[in-house]
Write a protein that binds this ligand. Structure first.
Ligand code: ARG
Length: 610
């Protein structure tokens, strides 16, 4: 081997070693406790859940509260148990000697040197210290799923942003993930549009109504015929007839359906592009049409589906109403399609879990769907079918969010409004800069798009998903508090300090590696910041434990706050020694990387300047 290669190879080996070396601190501690407890109990798994990050640094960085339940189990005083656990615990490579407090709490404090070394390692790691999961699973995430040919509205934003965040997070931690947009592309809305389209009078009325500009021709036809149908049962019947013809394969209606879908695909793709959302598959309801009768037959054959008054349903224990899979008139239902969909997904992807990100009003549907699926295919017993439900978007009046005229608000209009308000804020901030404006019109527009759309997404993601939330532009675009704007600003500020520091060191901004990656923890605020940065992986675990993106926003907000405390207490650019300057710049760099990666998992873009 040529001699010159040796150092390169050595470097590569070392860097591989370095990447493997980052740990999820909580997992590491739990595994040490597992070893210590294994001689004392048969199954320590449940006790390990009692090892957690501390809420209050007074009690150390982590706390193990397993001595109390174990004491109860063994009939011994918990303090004695705690002492026995500590005697067996091998953690002195990463922790100070554990302290036993109160009735038997074990308080753990990580060693400074170990933390500093972990932080430096995380900084050099493209995954910012987040290990991949030991046992990757396969997930199907069913999200967004608007009913096409109607304008997408504010309700769809929740499914889209929550689902997309879960998709990104699952993927980042190393699972196999398939996103499938289960478009509602086979429903009665097509009957309405087709009916309207075939009538020259209705088309003329719609053209002159001015609605086409806002909703597109099909959207306007839908709204128009929908309204006509509300007043006139004859029209409702005619509409139904067009839908039945479509489902029966009528050539003219099928051709129209294709045209409508092509147009609506264009409309929703434009929105998805703006939202930064892509799907691996978009198998809409129509895709399953040909299988529906086989699904019903099979369920009947297995005596899971039963006839009642000419309809066919699954009568599940504990439910007042059956899960209807075929109507009296022979038509199939939403439920039938969902059963065919489950079967297709199981056969195609063999997932360990299927997540449905759909609003809470469909809870009963999903309960019955999952129960039916398990009866139908007992071999799916261990598959996790999960309805990731969410609450309603409300207006400031506390009622479901509507425009002044009472219509639901189109998603595209919301995005435009968010971006235009963001542009006003970005421009005002820029105009107020001490040395005059720094941003070109183009830059302002680009930043406004990131800030406006980021604000909408973050406002949604930072809510507990199961609650309703109030849609309020002023709050979501606020520069302070738990908002995207604040987080994007925090990121830009940290990056700004880092870049300035590099310049000060006489380095070009592109050769970051010349700034040392060695993080030193000489001040409690530095330590608190580094610890938070290293808990990124734990925040992802919290997100995925119950599919709650707000765990990630809370984490990032806390990280940004710890950065502020650090910055108030520890001069960076004016650090006392060159070593401190390097160490603190490295800490800024780590913080910026975690913020950036975290926002990316939320689907939020960062900007270098604001
Ligand atoms: N299109 C439906 C709606 O807007 C949501 C579909 C959710 N996914 C599913 N597999 N059912 O209400």
């Amino acid at each position: 081997m040529p001699l010159g290669l040796a150092p390169t190879i050595l470097y590569l080996c070392l860097s591989i070693f370095v990447f493997i070396d980052t740990v999820n601190i909580l997992h590491e501690l739990q595994s040490r406790f597992a070893t210590a407890l294994s001689g004392m109990v048969d199954n320590p798994a449940e006790l390990l859940l009692q090892v957690r990050a501390s809420q209050d640094p007074k009690f150390g960085d982590y706390q193990a509260n397993c001595a109390m339940p174990l004491g109860k189990r063994l009939g011994k005083p918990p303090r004695q148990i705690a002492t026995a656990i500590v005697a067996k615990l091998e953690i002195d490579d990463l922790c100070e000697p554990p302290e036993i407090a109160g009735p038997g709490f074990i308080n753990l404090r990580l060693k400074n040197d170990w933390l500093a070394q972990q932080a430096s390692t995380a900084l050099a790691d493209p995954r910012v210290g987040v290990p991949t999961v030991a046992k990757p699973r396969t997930y199907v995430v069913d999200y967004s799923a608007p009913n096409v040919a109607k304008p997408m509205h504010v309700g769809h934003i929740r499914s889209t942003v929550i689902g997309n965040c879960l998709y990104r997070t699952l993927k980042f931690v190393g699972h196999e993930v398939i996103s499938d947009n289960h478009l509602g592309d086979w429903g009665t809305q097509f009957g309405m549009i087709i009916y309207g389209y075939k009538s020259p009078e209705i088309r003329a009325q719609v053209q002159s109504s001015g609605a086409v500009e806002k909703l597109g021709e099909f959207g306007a036809l839908y709204a128009w015929v929908n309204r006509l149908g509300e007043e006139n049962p004859k029209i409702r019947e005619a509409v139904l007839n067009e839908t039945v013809k479509l489902h029966a394969g009528d050539a003219e209606n099928l051709q129209l359906w294709k045209e409508i879908r092509t147009q609506s695909d264009k409309d929703i793709d434009r929105i998805y592009k703006r939202l930064g959302v892509k799907f691996d598959d978009q198998l809409g309801e129509s895709f399953y049409h040909d299988w529906l009768s086989a699904v019903v037959d099979d369920l009947q054959k297995k005596e899971i589906g039963r006839e009642s008054d000419g309809a066919i349903g699954v009568f599940l224990n504990g439910y007042e109403t059956p899960f209807l899979i075929r109507k009296q008139d022979g038509a199939f239902l939403y439920a039938t399609t969902d059963l065919a969909t489950i079967q297709y997904r199981m056969e195609t992807w063999h997932p360990d879990a299927v997540l449905y990100v759909v609003d809470h009003r469909q809870s009963l549907h999903f309960e019955q769907l999952f129960a039916t699926a398990r009866l139908w295919h007992p071999e799916w017993a261990n598959v996790e079918f999960k309805h990731v439900n969410f609450g309603t978007v409300l207006g400031k009046d506390g009622k479901p969010f509507k425009t002044r005229s009472g219509d639901t608000v189109g998603l595209e209009i919301l995005l435009d409004e968010g971006v235009s308000r963001a542009l006003a804020i970005v421009s005002a901030n820029d105009d107020a800069k001490p040395n005059g404006p720094e941003l070109s019109t183009d830059e302002r527009q680009k930043i406004a798009e990131a800030v406006g759309i980021g604000a909408l997404k973050y406002a949604d993601l930072s809510q507990n998903r199961t609650s309703d939330y109030v849609f309020d532009y002023d709050k979501m675009l606020a520069m302070n508090g738990n908002t995207a704007t604040y987080m994007q600003y925090a990121h830009a500020r940290v990056r700004g300090i880092f870049i300035k520091g590099q310049k000060q060191l006489g380095e070009s901004t592109t050769s970051q590696q010349h700034v040392t990656q060695k993080i030193i923890l000489s001040h409690p605020a530095e330590r608190a910041l580094a610890l938070a940065a290293l808990q990124f992986s734990e925040a992802m675990d919290l997100v995925l434990a119950d599919y709650r993106p707000n765990q990630l926003t809370s984490y990032l907000f806390e990280l940004a706050n710890r950065f502020s405390t650090f910055y108030e207490n520890c001069p960076v650019l004016k650090a006392e020694t060159p070593e401190l300057l390097h160490g603190r710049l490295a800490l800024c760099n780590l913080t910026a990387k975690v913020l950036r990666q975290g926002l990316e998992l939320l689907g939020i873009e960062v900007v270098e300047r604001m």
